[in-house]
Design a protein around this ligand. Sequence first.
Ligand code: PEP
Ligand code: MN
Length: 338
Amino acid sequence: MILVLKQGTDRDSIDRLCDWLTTKYGVKTNPIIGSEATIVGLVGDTSHIAPQEIEVHEEVERIVKVQEPYKRANRKFHPDNTIIKIGNEEIGGNKIAVAAGPCAVESEEQIVELAQLVKEAGAGLLRGGAFKPRTSPYSFQGMRAEGMLYLHRASNKSGLPVVTEITNPSQIELFIDYADIIQVGARNMQNFELLKELGRVDKPILLKRGFSNSINELLMSAEYIMSEGNSRVILCERGIRTFETSTRNTLDISAIPVLKSKTHLPVIVDPSHAAGYASLVEPLAMAAIAAGADGLEIEVHQNPKLALSDGPQSLTPDVFTALMKKLSVIAKACGREI
Ligand code: PEP
Ligand code: MN
């Protein structure tokens, strides 16, 4: 349930109304003072609330029932886009954010050099996995805590904030020290205990869509994080499983405008894991920006043939640099910058 308040309602009246709602109905309130309107979202069981009891408050202009099961992530609760600031970068604003780097951290030299190269190409964030959720237990599992330290050093030297994937709540302390954005991978999108723990962390969360999950399930996973207090969630479309075998996954381009209409959270796209092949990353990245994505996450490696994971879909720094130039043209045509 959402209460749209009359224009010009002052802060004291909003607070008094919120206190009354919480005391009377046991619901949590989420007041949002926007440029156009002030709204108060009610979260919790609102089925027993009679709208007539609320309408008598003179501050209330109108009451809107929210049918969707996600509340805090819902655009109805927060009509303006959420913009998440990390260092000098913003995600969800007019500028398209680009996170680039290797699938996995492989050595200190590798990640320090790549951070510099992707920065020179125009990336604003460094990506790299230290804890790798591999399909096979015999594949490279990542450098783990050592990798986190190297990422941190690469971040310090390049000035780029780091986005890296967590796989278990026991790693949270390490991520608080060394990650700027904590990534939840596709395989953990519905690891609800992990999501709840991350809801209590003061870091932005990059939540990737599970490859067999619907858009509504992705939004419900964002809701798990937000319901614990962390409202800084970035959603990522990274391809879903379909009958098609020509690509590793099928990039769901329509998820971008659908998500943008349902939620105020930033939406980014990972064309690398969607494609599975480096040659497909460029057209998918261009399509993502044209469809309204707020950012991209792209795998880059100095020598993709020797990469310990996801080499076939990794771009060389040169190809990535050329791609960034092409993307700036698309961004401009869409009224955005990169
Ligand atoms: C990754 O970004 O390194 C990754 C493993 O991606 P996903 O969770 O989308 O497969
Ligand atoms: Mn990868």
